[in-house]
Design a protein around this ligand. Structure first.
Ligand code: NDP
Length: 446
């Protein structure tokens, strides 16, 4: 139940955005968490902060026409939702996936505002993407699609305006094509207008690894407060993309044993622990389905059409997509003895799952805090681009570790301050919101 103080804001969001369930879900969660913040800061109420923050500053929807290898015309829809620039240039990834629609981009953009605020860096919140499905497309098709996408989007971007990065379906290859087209159209090698670039042409060390590594650093912080550690723990990871691969990699490095990976066809469980090299070969180089991992690895088996939460583990790191861990998955994890769930993906746990995990005393790290390492390292990439510098891998990873500790501590402290000790959902939302709200008040009604 939403507190009465924020109910009218949510009612207005529902009335104004009736066909956007994911956006409503994200707003509901944030409003629930910030009710105690509004109570303590009457100036946020009189300043209409909640009413203003739920409406994007700008939404762009555009046609993306392109021609496939068979010479057939294809038309996709492109999106960029520029939610808030009060703390810095709009910042957030691009997602290419057939499920993309305005609701999903708005939920991601809304979450991004608070996540970015939580990192302490000067970056606003945005998200974009397309309903284009890169699976099974040739490199030439991907390139033509990216070029057409950028033919429209370029006019809304810039290092001081809006700085995209990757997300589902947008990795190093797509970022290369998108950046190349921007450079061609504008005649500017503007390194700071995109993050996640190749390290040879303006990218930052550790950006590729940052989201997965950061989620595991966050897990380490949570476990430490609880008197535990990652040493010897069995970890279930979902997904087999950018976030999942590097979460698995860092879990190994910190002494844990990651035993699962998945994609939309099912999951693999490997009691010997996931072989990161083989996983990368299968998913990043061969671009094959996850079942291929089990074909090549005798200690693993593939479970079709299921999710990895039925495997008994100590720690779960959902790293695929939104709402991929529901109440029944939470029950299975609890029955298997899970101690912590740390979100690598954005909003992978349903509200019912979060409630069940919290009720069972499971530590829960929301994506807004736990996966903030990616965008935080993007901000470091922007700093390096602006200064024309390149920091070493070790130096960048050390900075990421400090940032994740600060993100953890900000969320933890805010949860205590607002009377919800140990509730990282309330803590992350409240802490991010405070920073955004103070800046909005200072900058007036715009
Ligand atoms: P990738 O495209 O690299 O990987 C996505 C993975 O999730 C793939 O294994 C994919 O499988 C799986 N997946 C996607 N959709 C579904 C679905 N509907 N059901 C089951 N599995 C699915 O994306 P990322 O690793 O970059 O992103 C993963 C999550 O992390 C997203 O929620 C993203 O928003 C979030 N995130 C990413 C950041 C980054 O830096 N990349 C930063 C912060 C958050 P398949 O190939 O079968 O589709």
């Amino acid at each position: 139940m939403l507190p009465a103080s924020v109910r009218p804001v949510f009612d207005a969001v529902q009335a104004r955005n009736p066909h956007e369930p994911e956006f409503q879900q994200a707003v509901h969660e944030v409003l629930h968490s910030i009710a105690p913040v509004l109570e303590r800061h009457p100036q946020f109420v009189s300043g209409g902060i909640a009413e203003r923050i739920v409406e994007p500053e700008r939404q762009i929807i555009f046609r993306v026409p392109w021609v496939d290898d068979a010479g057939v015309l294809q038309v996709n829809r492109g999106f960029r939702v520029q939610f808030s620039s009060v703390l810095g240039p709009y910042k957030g990834g691009l997602r290419f996936h057939p499920s993309v629609n305005l609701s999903i981009i708005k939920f991601l953009g809304f979450e991004q505002i608070f996540k970015n605020a939580l990192t302490g860096q000067g970056i606003g919140g945005a998200k974009g993407g397309s309903d284009f499905d890169p699976h099974g497309r040739t490199d030439a098709e991907i390139m033509r699609f990216c070029q057409s996408f950028m033919n429209e989007l370029y006019r809304h971007l810039g290092e001081h305006t809006d700085v995209p990065a990757g997300d589902i379906g947008v990795g190093a290859r797509e970022i290369g094509y998108l950046f190349g087209q921007y450079r061609k159209i504008t005649n500017r090698h503007e390194s700071g207008m995109f993050t996640g670039k190749g390290v040879q042409w303006g990218g930052a060390e550790v950006r590729t690894e940052a989201t997965g590594y950061g989620a595991v650093f966050f897990a380490e912080e949570m476990l430490a407060v609880d008197g535990g550690s990652l040493e010897g723990k069995r970890v279930a990871v979902s997904g087999s993309g950018n976030v999942a691969i590097y979460a698995i990699d860092k879990a190994w490095q910190l002494g844990a044993v990651p035993v699962t990976a998945s994609d939309s066809s099912g999951y693999v469980v490997d009691d010997a622990g996931i072989d990161v090299g083989l996983l990368r070969q299968v998913k990043e180089i061969d671009r094959a389905r996850i079942s291929e991992y089990a074909v090549r690895r005798p200690s693993a088996r593939f479970v079709e059409g299921a999710r990895p939460w039925e495997v008994a583990v100590d720690i779960a790191i959902p790293s695929a997509t939104q709402n991929e861990l529901d109440e029944s998955d939470a029950a299975a994890l609890i029955a298997g003895g899970v101690r912590a769930v740390v979100e690598g993906a954005n909003m992978p746990s349903t509200p019912g799952a979060i409630a069940a995990l919290r009720a069972a005393g499971v530590l829960f790290g929301p994506g807004k805090a736990a996966n903030a390492g990616g965008v935080a390292t993007s901000a470091l990439e922007m700093s390096q681009n602006a200064a024309r510098q390149r920091w070493s891998f070790d130096d960048s990873e050390a900075k990421l570790r400090v940032i994740m500790k600060n993100v953890h501590d900000s969320a933890f402290d805010a949860a205590e301050r607002y009377g919800h000790p140990g509730d990282y959902v309330v803590g992350a939302n409240a802490s991010g919101f405070e920073r955004v709200a103070h800046a909005m008040l200072a900058q007036g009604v715009i």
